[in-house]
Design a protein around this ligand. Structure first.
Ligand SMILES: *Cc1c(COP(=O)(O)O)cnc(C)c1O
Length: 373
């Protein structure tokens, strides 16, 4: 079975982990700081805070900016449930908004219409790696005094108008989970320019313990520490950072290959009438997943057909406003209701062979050539 996604791992990752083992210091320490510095330089960002997952990055970013109980955060319903859980973890209220069907990115005008006196933030998601309309979002945020928290879990390595996602904006959260553009095993990062809030988030990731005692983590003999804020145990470990360091060196290679696969898919699928392709901005995008919209209620049939050809496919994602736990926040979202039933994720990962890619193209083409559908 061809998987939808798979991390590309080699001896390089093991070698980096081996170095960490040799130090005997597995937790938060110099490898994490090294990983943060690599990302900081790459993004030309001011503050990079490595954490345990993309979900904890979102949670701690919202918390660090003071989002609290009863505050409203506008977020597309079509996203991974992690985006919403990060909001509800703070007892804040997710206000679901629509997406643009051609990019699956946030519909900025719909978001504008959902702003109330209680709105504190908007959480756009850069779907498949294609950047949202950040000029419009940041302008909207400025106009209403709202924080723009980017869920950039799909978009590590992507750019917007020549600037890397994470190098501008209020606060950007990345994920390095096993299937993301690069992986740490599990990991995430909060990226922001505000130094004071960055310090607060840095404390929050390690139980609210003050930075002044950070040398504790350099294995020196220091017993003194102060707890100065609500914190969590959300820091990244040296083991995970080691995997990330090795992966980071391969990022350009990953992006180039995945762009080529997306181009090939687009080239072959654009003539198929039953499919609607996403509007890719490939020059600036580090492609995360390859999603097509399958029209005329044929999505599940195509999924079954691919399965019969030993090709995996997936649905990213089920709309959140229909999930049992989020139903209390539900609202009318006709575009999302239609689009989430059309989306299908096809295999896309670095280790795919030319033959793997061709198999997917052939199977999808064959499905639409069959006369009985
Ligand atoms: C993966 C993902 C997350 C969460 O990241 P984890 O590292 O898996 O916790 C959040 N939002 C989106 C859109 C994601 O795809």
């Amino acid at each position: 079975m061809l998987p939808v996604s798979r991390p590309s791992l080699g001896i390089e990752e093991l070698e980096e982990v081996k170095k960490v083992f040799a130090t005997g210091w597995l937790g938060l320490g110099s490898t994490v700081f090294e990983f943060e510095n690599e990302i900081k330089e790459y993004l030309e960002a001011r503050n990079v805070i490595a954490v345990s997952t993309g979900t904890t990055a979102l949670h701690i970013a919202l918390d660090g900016f003071g989002i609290k109980e009863a505050d409203e955060v506008i977020v597309p319903s079509l996203t991974f449930c992690a985006s919403i859980q990060a909001i509800t973890a703070l007892r804040a209220i997710p206000v679901f908004c629509e997406i643009n069907p051609s990019t699956l990115n946030i519909d900025v005008e719909d978001a504008r219409g959902k702003i109330t006196r209680r709105t504190k933030a908007i959480m756009p998601v850069h779907y498949c790696g294609n950047a949202c309309d950040m000029d419009a979002l940041l302008a909207l945020g400025k106009e209403h005094g709202l924080l723009i928290v980017e869920d950039a879990a799909h978009a590590f390595g992507s750019s917007y108008k020549g600037r890397k996602i994470g190098s501008f904006g209020d606060v950007t959260c990345f994920s390095f989970d096993p299937i993301k553009n690069i992986t740490c095993g599990e990991g995430g990062a909060v990226v922001l320019s505000d130094d004071n809030i960055a310090e607060e988030i840095r404390r929050k990731r390690i139980l609210g313990i003050d930075k002044d005692t950070w040398h504790r983590y350099r294995n020196e003999r220091s017993w003194f520490y102060e707890v100065t804020t609500q914190g969590y145990r959300y820091h990244m470990s040296n083991i995970n950072a080691a995997i990330g360091l090795a992966q980071f060196k391969k990022l350009d290679m990953f992006i180039e290959k995945k762009r080529k696969i997306v181009e090939l898919y687009n080239e072959h699928f654009k003539h198929i009438e039953g499919l609607e392709l996403l509007a890719w901005n490939l020059n600036e995008t580090a492609p995360f997943t390859y999603i097509v919209r399958v029209l005329n209620d044929k999505r599940d049939q195509l999924m079954d057909f691919l399965k019969s050809r030993d090709i995996g496919s997936g649905i990213h994602y089920i709309a959140n406003h229909i999930q049992p736990f989020f139903k209390q926040y539900t609202c009318e979202l006709p575009v999302t209701d239609k689009v989430w039933k059309e989306i299908l994720t096809l295999p896309l990962y670095y280790d795919m062979t030319d033959n793997d890619v061709q198999r997917v193209i052939d199977a999808v083409t064959e499905f639409f050539l069959k006369k009985d559908i």
